[in-house]
Design a protein around this ligand. Sequence first.
Ligand code: ADP
Ligand code: MG
Length: 397
Amino acid sequence: MSSALNKMTVEDFDVKGKKVLVRCDFNVKMENGVITSDKRIVASLPTIKYLLDNGAKVILCSHLGRPKGEVNPEFSMKPVAKRLSELLGIEVKMADDVVGESAHALAASLKDGEVLLLENVRFEPGETKNDPELSKKFASLAELYVNDAFGSAHRAHSSTTGVADYLPAACGYLIQKEIQFIGGALENPKRPLVAILGGAKVSDKIGVITNLIDKCDTLIIGGGMAYTFMKALGHNIGNSLLEEDKIELAKEMMDKAEAKGVKFLIPVDNKVGREYKEDTEAMIVNSDDIPDGWMGLDIGPETQKLFADAVKDAGTVIWNGPMGVSEWENFASGTVAVATAIAESGAISIIGGGDSAAAIQKLGFADKMSHISTGGGASLEYLEGKELPGIAALNDK
Ligand code: ADP
Ligand code: MG
């Protein structure tokens, strides 16, 4: 696998007077045709502005929702063009199709410093099949290609991957930052590297645990998946989440950590509830002593200290998965304690995973982290050590 750290970025191109096709992530939240969060459009501005400031002719494209290869006005990019135009303060021309006559005519007439947005790439049935014919059509619109859609970089589609076979290809600033932080932490971390993994299921995170155990100095397991590890140690876990078929694997992971000299921490105490309910009766119990009829819904106060202590001197922290049911205030303190410890540590801090990013934002720690990944699924695959096709397809420097 070639290093993602060596990929060309938008600044490596001479873009003046060139038509540049940019794959953005404009998959915004919409209700009844109205954009309810323009966060993703705002996030894409640095790359677009760089290109405009440097005299490029900018052709943008993205998917929006799941139109399944058919033209469907419900998933039109028109509202995005309108919002983008407001944010940039210039007209954003809107094509009536993806790679058809309208797109070609508008692309051909673009002047330096002008912007065109193509229709939803998933109106084309070839898009999700990475059809080379469609990839060639995308390529024929432009002279250079920039991918800035990290959230789709784990998908080998025409507009994210295939098009790079036919044009010089570089990443935009969003993908560059993902590579710098996640790629940097995996390939050449500032040590000690501490990985904190939580969330509901061991089965969702096997790939991440397996990859990180080979790389980190300390591995911390919290959240619902910690109970399968406790069970593997022979503890009584009451009604806590358990994946029976992963107990053996949990044992293997702990043995592997020991053999490699990786510090492996699981909760020593827990906040348990009677029921899986926000206002359930709750108490603190040790991990070897969860009574029948109770379930672990957050890490306990001793564990908060233990985990905070392990984070204190970290050079880099990679975090995926909340420490408990952090959506509920009653069971959010473990996640808050770990977030606080990371914020105070001075470590390079990287948050991956959709629910984790949402939790960090909701709990008010977003500006305290070095990097919150913009791609849920993509960030997990990256942390699993997989090569992301949308990044692999870019040119090396
Ligand atoms: P991400 O999307 O960041 O990868 P996950 O989807 O793996 O994160 O985990 C988030 C979910 O894990 C949350 O919905 C949270 O409620 C749940 N969770 C965390 N701890 C527990 C627990 N002890 N019992 C049940 N669910 C839990
Ligand atoms: Mg999730």
